[in-house]
Design a protein around this ligand. Structure first.
Ligand code: O2Y
Ligand code: MN
Length: 596
């Protein structure tokens, strides 16, 4: 099927080992995509949604034990434990290969192996990376079609000897002859392995069919393996959205933004601004690959082709662009099904119908005491369908970045926005960002900050201390005047009664405007011990009903609280041991001095 001898050999080896009944090459055509979905509707794995209300769209329900990424079953199998670092699960690679080889033996019996050549990044972009996925999940195949560039065009780009990242995936559920098996096959949790071999640039995933565990282009390749490639090749593979901002005069600036989960990242990526004349467009909602151009500026591409967004909470109020994106040609997973074959979820903005089929396929009524959709229910939709997608979103050269946003959920201490003093200070800010732990997370640590450097904690494919050093090195190697400033934003500051101080959503455009104008040198700021900050008068607050006292609270720096923050950072830095970059110790000492 291909002239690439190494690829053929690799496929042959795995066919012999996994023993699928048949092998199908993924061609990337609409016809193959449609046929695969029709086959899954016929065998009961998918429900075809109403062709008028939700054209070209399907619903899948996962096994109740297979509903999200599994961090405790995700492994970085570097040769040395020290290279995986304190934040990753490590297994010696030969041991992991031997466990997994045992599990993969004959695992595809009764199933089809799909051979899916795919590309992260646009065709003809020097940023792009090619990979080939062998999977026994047709659900994964159709999702990969939306999330990546797949098929013959990628194979042609690979040529006879091009480099590719080998990705092997199995749901871990072989079929006995004549038995159909469950609609969502998967293995028990202790047999799930999401395995990365960073030195070999190889991914093996076993036992899960869900999201980041199974759509291997996303977190496994575009972040964990790519972060290692980026370290070795001098670029940045980051968990960041990419936005295009246009001011009323038509001037354009691009920004990236790192946010941990549950911070409204997809909403920000598709934000509808409330300030007149300003336009916000989407380049990407989750991952940014950034390299320096010949002009010394940092350029970003979105390596993905689709969105794999959380459905619950998405509505025409919170994210009208996402709602328009998923109006057609969308794969829904674990949302509720209405009696007229449409979808529903908590927070969709319409009242719950009297009857639904819930995400587990059971009858559901408003009297039920469980949610109808799983909280991590997802939509998979083509990025090209987003009304806010920027025309240049697939530009092979990427877009020049003027600012990098970072942020988490911080009800106290962290103001609405502050700007880094320089690159190293920005990396310090990125290394310490995170969200306050709430009852929804780990109950015995409520109120503490779960630090998540650049929102990459679960996605760094090597030692987290070396990752921070890489950020510092990248800055040191380039013209400081051309490096983007880093902005810590915090939409989640609360008052003493626990009420949010800032309205968020489209009003966040007011902060984006200040950041845009800072890059242009036209917006004011004052020096504070934690960085540069706007005064209320530096922000465009026209038409916003917000009390001056509230603005003062949002833009205040409580030195005592920040001294406690500095102590907490010092404690947290302990996990990096001797791999904590010295420049970050210097930044922490400088912060303490400014606060004294
Ligand atoms: O639960 C999953 O498998 C999905 S995780 C995910 C999906 C899209 C974007 N970001 C994430 C994430 O965990 O950051
Ligand atoms: Mn993400």
């Amino acid at each position: 099927m291909t002239d690439h001898l190494m690829l053929n050999q690799w496929i042959e080896d795995h066919v012999r080992h996994c023993q699928p009944d048949r092998v199908v090459w993924w061609r990337g055509t609409t016809a193959q995509y449609d046929e695969t979905l029709a086959m899954m509707v016929k065998n009961g794995a998918a429900v075809a949604l109403d062709p008028v209300k939700r054209p070209g769209s399907y619903l899948f329900r996962s096994h109740p034990s297979d509903v999200a990424r599994v961090e405790n079953r995700t492994f970085i199998a570097s040769q040395r434990l020290a290279d995986a670092g304190p934040t990753n699960n490590w297994i010696e690679p030969q041991r992991l290969k031997s466990i997994l080889s045992g599990l993969y033996a004959g695992v595809m019996k009764g199933r089809t192996m799909y051979v899916i050549p795919f590309m992260m990044g646009a065709l003809r972009s020097p940023f792009s990376k090619i990979a080939v996925l062998l999977t026994d999940s047709p659900y994964v195949a159709v999702n990969m079609q939306i999330m990546t560039r797949t098929g013959d065009a990628v194979l042609a780009a690979l040529g006879m000897g091009g480099a590719f990242v080998p990705c092997l995936h199995s749901v871990g559920y072989p079929l006995s002859a004549g038995i159909a098996g469950p609609a969502w096959p998967c293995a028990p949790i202790e047999q799930k392995y999401i395995a990365h071999f960073p030195e070999e640039r190889m991914i093996w995933s076993y036992g899960s069919g869900y999201g980041g565990n199974a759509l291997l282009g996303k977190k496994c390749l575009a972040l964990r393996i790519a972060s290692v490639q980026a370290r070795d090749e001098g670029w940045l593979a980051e968990h960041m959205l990419i936005l295009k901002l246009t001011n009323p005069e038509g001037k354009v600036r691009y920004v990236t933004g790192a946010f941990p989960s549950a911070c409204g990242k997809t909403n920000l990526a598709m934000l509808v601004p409330t300030i007149p004349g300003w336009k916000v467009e989407t380049i990407g909602d989750d991952i940014a690959w950034m390299r320096f151009g010949r002009d010394g500026r940092l350029y970003a591409v979105n390596p993905e082709a689709g969105f794999f967004g959380v459905a619950p909470g998405t509505s025409t109020k919170t994210n009208p662009n996402a709602m328009a994106t998923i109006a057609k040609n969308t794969i829904f997973t674990n949302v509720a099904l209405t009696d007229d074959l449409d979808v529903w979820w908590e927070g969709i903005g319409t009242p719950a119908p009297d009857h639904l089929i819930d995400w587990q396929g059971r009858d559901w009524t408003p009297a039920s005491n469980e949610p109808a959709a799983h909280p991590n229910a997802r939509f998979t939709a083509p990025a090209a369908q987003c009304p806010a997608i920027a025309p240049e979103w697939e530009d092979p050269a990427g877009v020049p970045i003027s600012a990098i946003l970072i942020g988490g959920r911080r009800p106290t201490t962290v103001p609405l926005v502050h700007e880094s003093l320089n690159w190293n200070h920005g990396v310090f800010m990125g290394s310490t960002m995170g969200s306050e732990i709430t009852a929804a997370t780990i109950s015995d640590q409520i109120g503490q900050v779960r630090r998540d450097p650049f929102a990459m904690l679960p996605f760094i494919g090597y030692h987290a201390g070396d990752y921070l050093k890489h950020w510092l090195d990248v800055g040191a190697a380039h013209d400081p005047l051309k490096l983007p400033k880093i902005y810590h934003v915090n939409w989640f500051r609360k008052d003493a009664d626990g009420k949010f101080l800032w309205p968020g959503y489209g009003e966040n455009s007011r902060i984006l405007k200040w950041i845009f104008e800072r890059a242009d040198g036209t917006a004011g700021a004052i020096d504070t011990p934690i960085g540069k900050m706007p005064r209320p008068a530096d922000l465009d607050l026209a038409g916003l009903d917000i009390h001056p006292e509230t603005m003062r609270a949002l833009l205040s720096v409580d030195a005592e609280a920040w001294r406690r923050e500095a102590d907490s950072i010092e404690k947290y830095y302990g996990i990096f041991g001797d791999r904590l970059p010295a420049a970050l110790t210097v930044e922490l000492a400088s912060l303490k001095k400014r606060l004294a």
